[in-house]
Design a protein around this ligand. Sequence first.
Ligand code: HEM
Length: 330
Amino acid sequence: MRGQNPGLGNLNGDEWYRLRSAVQQIMMRPQAVYAYLPFTNQVTQSLINHIKNETQRDGQVDMRRVAGRWSLESAGNTVFEKRLGALGDNIKWADRLVDVNKEIFQLSARMKFGFPFYRYFKMPQWKRMIELEDTFYAEADKLMDEAIEKLQSKENPENLLFASCLINKPELNKRDIKVIMLSLFADGLSTTAPMFVYNLFNIAIHKDIQERLRKEINEAVGKDEAIDVAHLQKMPLLRACVKETFRFFPIGTEISRIPTKDVVLSGYLVPAGTPIDINTNVLMTSPKFFSDPLKFKPERWLRENEKKEQAHPFAILPFGFGPRMCAGDF
Ligand code: HEM
């Protein structure tokens, strides 16, 4: 998709504002998150079956692979309202797409921090990037076209899920819809899969926490019961573990801004137009803000814990902050 818009995360100014506002309006609807729970439960059930099948077949499971497939399946649900079969009959296709997406993110980080030779010469890295993006976007494009055709509806937008609501917004044209869909699809893949693995890793190596968590979940949710919002509210330790994993292994370690006016930061004058990167990893593991910062301690987030830490609100920003914060934080 050469010549296309660079995506929500790379746009700036009025064009970014117009598209981001559309996403925001849809997400602000009260049903925006909860309407997905039944679908999330279905994907979770497929994940459990998939893990069981893989274990029976190979005696073990490569959770990094499985997490990629799960993330793709979940993204398909949210962004295209479609089951993609990433945990079932479409595994090969899913693995390839996840690998391509991962390489795009790795390569763009290397290109961002290296000297930009690619601006002057067609370097091998650049050619590889074009190849990868063409592959990823060709697949995404098929999914987007199919969704746009299938989800056109005359229903009241209030009753629609995210993708349907987006597709039926009269103020957005097809190109706008595709920019948003593609950003949500690609950005979601590269973040949720590693976070899922980090969460499992932390729970796996802390057996005591694992036991407490198992007890909390068993008490909150009956056997074979589908999880709903009320259940989630009865699982504070689970929430604390997820938050602590965000602190411990932050994935979005880079929050970037380009100020439009001169600003003074910690006594330094930063002229307008200067790129600023905030590495939140430094804040989230700083002893200035957290006791035992290199220890996985979910209880630091529990309200009933007398020693609950009063973390500085800006010391933990896994999804960034402000109008440009993560569009997937819903
Ligand atoms: C564990 C999950 C995730 C983490 C930790 C994460 C983290 C982040 C961070 C730190 C930013 C930059 C925010 C800022 O500059 O203030 C960001 C931006 C973004 N994220 Fe996520 N993200 C996650 C999942 C997702 C998902 C599931 C989606 C899509 C459904 C998504 C879509 C985006 C988009 C589109 C942006 C750019 C927003 C803009 O510039 O307007 N992210 N994310």
